[in-house]
Design a binder for this molecule. Structure first.
Ligand code: GTP
Length: 171
């Protein structure tokens, strides 16, 4: 028969899960990480996975301006739907730009302005992915203590959880 092969990059379908233990001081914090599909086709499904999330890493491709638009969409979505979710914005493929600066399609300052939003406490810096998850674990190490004492009535909906960090590569 006439078999057609579609050769394309494998996309994430649905979501993949990994539990990542991270050492923070003398404790191990285990992050439960869902890698959700970024494409429009799986939008509704991705919502299922981020529901109740306390942290989200939204990545975009520094060499693709449309991926930045997509990242903006997800950040707004998370801000609207997940009040207590801390958002980390991360530009990927900085290694490609280092080799050829003309490949950059997302301006560092545009990304920085977006990531910082109206928050008064911007922290913009370069993140390597492992470093970023380390940061997430560190940010949450104190709230993990609070989770343990939830029954005693600690308020988890603190304002500081609505801050988000920018993580931009380059410059
Ligand atoms: N050079 C380089 N390539 C990268 C980097 N990040 C991702 N890639 C490549 O870009 C392609 C797409 O990466 P994925 O992680 O599958 O992209 P995704 O956004 O998760 O895609 P979906 O799973 O469809 O949502 C793959 O071929 C990766 O190897 C990076 O920082 N540098």
């Amino acid at each position: 028969g006439n078999i057609k092969l579609r050769l394309c990059r494998p996309q994430t379908i649905g979501a993949a899960f990994v539990a990542k233990p991270i050492q923070v001081a003398d404790r191990v914090i285990t992050l439960g990480i869902w890698d959700t599909a970024g494409s429009e086709r799986y939008e509704a499904m991705s919502r299922i996975y981020y529901r109740g999330a306390r942290a989200a890493v939204v990545c975009y491709d520094l060499t693709d301006s449309s991926s930045f638009q997509r990242a903006r969409f997800w950040v707004k979505e998370l801000q609207n739907c997940e009040e207590h979710c801390k958002i980390y914005v991360c530009g990927t493929k900085s290694d490609l730009i280092e080799g050829e600066r003309a490949l950059r399609q997302v301006d560092f300052h545009d990304a920085q302005d977006f990531a910082e939003g109206d928050e008064p406490r911007p922290t913009s810096r370069l993140w390597e992915s492992d470093e970023l998850f380390q940061k997430v674990a560190e940010d949450f190490s104190s709230s993990a203590f609070q989770l343990l004492s939830e029954e005693t009535g600690v308020d988890l909906g603190q304002k500081k959880d609505s801050y988000f960090y920018s993580c931009c590569h380059g410059n």
